[in-house]
Design a protein around this ligand. Structure first.
Ligand code: PMP
Length: 356
């Protein structure tokens, strides 16, 4: 730390992203990326956009915002315009904007004790206090615990690491009981079998749903995410965006985003394959004695009664397979494993058979 760093950040503990090794060819099952390539249409449009590299991109992201609003309206059967969506540099950015916009000393952030590890970092970064609500013994979010929570709520659905989801009705109950606070529903993994809360956006002016192009749309490297909400919340978030980085989406990413939305059958067919591969992986893991949460994300969360979680992570890494291990005490026996292609999952299971 230099002697110049502001006291505000002196104790900040940054988020630690999953390893992105550049040196060795691993079977990479640690950061919930898609095993399938980005849509050919997305790549084609991104290549065309290279021609316009000398110009700043459209700060309003108008063409993509319009396509996205139309796409979401069709997918979820709701009325949305471009004023209901905000495009961001990954969904991490819209989440950070939400902490900036809706949390402060008077309005703490509230989220589960086991969830996306970036939430406490965003809170600290923005000087907002936070309260963590413990998951139940079996790692579930108990909706009653979130009634009148007294702060801005952040709920990943399905939840990060566990992959366990609440139904839309359960989330609606939480939104109903927190009408004077913003409820952020982080749907990064929604496309792998979870009910979305986007249809509730018309009804509740305190709801912000976030989604991403990183997972189901195979575009983690392009950094594209979005928020969906009533126009007032979107306008607040735009104030923050325009006060930090109005050109937050680069031109190639914008173009690729439009391309992938035109190719939704490609995305949906990849999601179906991931769901099948998840079912295969879960059944094989159970045969090997693993205990798993009921994940409906593109990952499983597993532990073995006779094998230490940290050691299993190390042994898999030595065998060329990278998974995600968290040291937080409550989940230290678990590993989170991204669902890859069928070949990758077969190699993973075969390696486990040798290790265990
Ligand atoms: N929310 C959750 C629950 C996540 O796991 C992630 C991925 N790390 C994100 C949001 C952010 O993803 P991205 O910024 O790539 O959209």
């Amino acid at each position: 730390m230099s002697r110049f760093l502001s006291y505000r950040f002196a104790d900040l503990e940054p988020y630690v992203p999953g390893e992105q090794p550049q040196d060795q060819q691993y079977i990479k099952l640690n950061t919930n990326e898609s095993p399938y390539p980005a849509s050919p249409k997305a790549c084609e449009r991104a290549r065309d956009a290279i021609e316009r590299l000398k110009l700043y991109p459209d700060p309003d992201c108008k063409a993509l915002a319009e396509s996205l609003a139309e796409y979401l309206a069709g997918k979820y059967g709701v009325q949305l315009t471009k004023d209901n969506v905000l495009l961001t540099n990954g969904s991490d950015e819209v989440l950070n904007f939400a902490f900036m916009a809706f949390c402060d000393e008077k309005t703490p952030a509230v989220f589960p004790d086991i969830t996306y590890g970036f939430y406490p970092v965003f809170a600290d970064m923005n000087g907002a206090p936070y309260r963590e609500i413990p998951l139940t013994e079996d790692f579930r979010i108990s909706p009653e615990d979130y009634a009148k929570a007294g702060g801005t709520l952040f709920i990943a659905n399905p939840n990060a690491h566990t992959g366990i989801a609440l139904s839309r009705d359960e989330v609606e109950g939480i939104i109903e009981s927190n009408r004077d606070k913003v409820v952020v529903v982080d749907e990064a993994y929604v496309d792998f079998g979870c009910e979305s809360c986007v249809p509730l956006v018309e009804k509740y002016d305190n709801l912000l749903v976030t989604q991403t192009f990183s997972k189901s749309r195979s575009m983690a490297g392009a950094r594209l995410g979005f928020g969906i909400a009533g126009r007032e919340i979107i306008s607040d978030l735009n104030t923050i965006r325009n006060s930090t980085n109005p050109y937050n989406i680069n031109g190639m990413t914008m173009a690729a985003g439009i391309g992938v939305l035109e190719d939704d059958e490609y995305t949906m067919s990849n999601c179906r394959k991931i769901i099948e591969n998840r079912q295969y992986t879960v059944s094989e893991l159970k045969k090997l004695g693993f205990e798993l949460t009921d994940s409906i994300g593109n990952f499983v969360f597993m532990k073995h009664p006779d094998y230490d979680g940290g050691k299993l992570y190390e042994d898999l890494k030595k065998a060329g397979i990278l998974v995600r291990h968290f040291t937080k005490e409550r989940i230290a026996q678990y590993n989170r494993v991204t669902i890859g292609s069928r070949e990758q999952m077969e190699a993973f299971i075969n390696t486990l058979k040798e290790i265990i």
